[in-house]
Design a protein around this ligand. Structure first.
Ligand code: EPU
Length: 427
């Protein structure tokens, strides 16, 4: 077991290299099951969730060559060895459900453990199951597993309206439809940049997809997909987390490798909180650097989370950490997950003044936070406590660091390079 110890009070100054996006890399890795040819991905972050996905793919018969230094990953699934995604992996990482669509589409069957509830909410998978049913799969739930099978060789195209916007639901159905017969129209889909990144890679693999980045995807199925090379987009959630690190410590940080427009609403809210946000010149089109500086009191800002282009739920906890020190009061409303306020009580233990009313948290700014022992139950909640610790008086000890390692690559090193006092200690 390990804990992260943060000594607060240092201003973050320097630069941070933003890694590849976890939530883009996970479906891209799963997409390698759709073809018997090689998929070469670059900018794949070295995270425990990525290792979980690679372990899952290994079980399905994928040959994997992941280079930790260059962050490149070559994957090839000549044939599918097993259609089973076991409980032991799925329970650790819900994104394991992303193998369901590709397995049924290419192999005609899949047996994937039901992920169950998790710390941030009940998180059902009806969108995935109902969508595959509409594409012609037969599905039963047996002993906690989703057992899917096609009666024909291939799934068949269909018109499907997603009952709610689901990121991995859209990704699963889009992947499945690439190999179906005929046309699939998916309506009310997620438009997150990670979904678009997957769609672009699928197109590079020979899929026929139009409407990328809109509410409706039209997919004309093909008989087979081929190999491709693809670079994973930068992690916008990681970038936003370090941007808040700069703001909460009244620092000045340059974030390298950011797609500025993917975070429009976040930059807007961060500016409203008093930060200066400046996109630095660079190559046109590609990721750029962004400078975030805070040299005034933190102002209160209300936020409401929503599907893209709304304010990301994955930045809600970090933004709340910032608002604990604002000069007024901020209302933070979570509309995506019903239980994503697990960080609130821990922040309160550090001296924050937060009251929850149903899906909203009223954050009254306090003059100072104080470090203590804290622990959190998911990736973003954990990192919000690190952010709070950076600004707090004394030392903050964050437990259950395995949550952080699921989504943040070398977080201590990246923060140390900006002057933070932070270390990982074995317990
Ligand atoms: N939902 C259903 N039924 C479904 C699917 C979703 O009711 O079949 C509900 C969920 O319970 C939730 C809402 O729809 O209330 C949206 O959930 P979504 O399916 O979009 O979430 P997800 O695909 O499971 C991804 C990210 C999450 C991120 C959410 C929302 C990945 C691997 N995970 O989850 O990332 O919070 O979208 O943007 O892409 C994280 O990285 O920390 C993380 C939790």
């Amino acid at each position: 077991m390990e804990k992260v110890v943060v000594t607060g009070g240092r201003t973050l100054c320097g630069s941070v290299q933003v890694s590849g996006a976890k939530n883009a890399a996970l479906p891209l890795l799963a997409a390698s099951l759709l073809t018997d040819k090689e998929i070469r991905l670059s900018n794949v972050p070295n995270l425990s969730d990525i290792q979980q996905m690679l372990a899952l793919l290994d079980g399905h018969g994928t040959t994997i060559n992941y280079n930790h230094e260059t962050k490149t990953c070559a994957l090839r699934t000549r044939s599918i060895k097993s259609e089973v995604a076991p409980y032991d992996i799925v329970r650790k990482m819900r994104a394991s459900i992303l193998v369901l669509g590709p397995l049924v589409a290419r192999y005609g069957k899949a047996v994937v453990s039901l992920p169950g509830g998790c710390a941030i909410g009940t998180r059902p998978v009806n969108v995935h199951i109902d969508g595959l049913l509409a594409l012609g799969a037969n599905i039963t739930i047996e002993n906690g597993f989703i057992c899917a099978q096609t009666s024909q060789k291939r799934l068949r195209g269909a018109e499907i309206r997603l009952p709610m916007v689901s990121v991995t639901g859209t990704e699963n159905l889009m992947m499945a439809a690439t190999l179906a017969t005929g046309q699939t129209i998916l309506r009310n889909v997620a438009k997150e940049p990670e979904v678009c990144d997957l769609a672009n890679c699928l197109v590079a693999m020979g899929a026929h997809i139009s409407g990328i980045g809109t509410d409706t995807l039209t997919i004309d199925g093909v008989e087979e997909l081929h190999g491709a090379e693809h670079t994973v987009i930068p992690d916008r959630i990681e970038a936003a987390t370090y941007a808040i690190g700069a703001a909460i410590t009244h620092g000045d940080v340059v974030l390298e490798n950011v797609i500025f427009d993917d975070l429009s609403i976040f930059w807007d809210r961060l500016r409203s909180a008093g930060a200066t946000v400046e996109e630095l010149p660079g190559d046109s089109g590609g990721p750029r650097a962004v400078r975030v500086k805070m040299d005034q009191k933190i102002r209160e800002v209300d936020i409401i989370t929503g599907p893209y282009p709304g304010f990301p739920t994955d930045i809600q906890a970090q933004f709340m950490a910032l608002m604990t020190l604002c000069s007024g009061a901020s209302m933070i409303t979570e509309t995506i997950f019903e239980n994503r306020f697990m960080h609130v009580l821990e922040l309160c233990r550090m001296g924050a003044n937060i009251t929850i009313h149903h899906a909203s948290a009223l954050v009254r700014g306090v003059g100072q936070l104080t470090g203590t022992n804290v622990m959190a139950t998911d990736i973003r909640a954990s990192v919000s406590l690190i952010l709070a610790g950076l600004a707090a008086k004394n030392t903050t000890e964050v437990h259950r660091v395995y949550h952080i390692d699921r989504g943040y690559e070398q977080i201590e090193k990246k923060l140390q390079q900006c002057g933070a006092i932070i270390e990982r200690v074995a317990i």
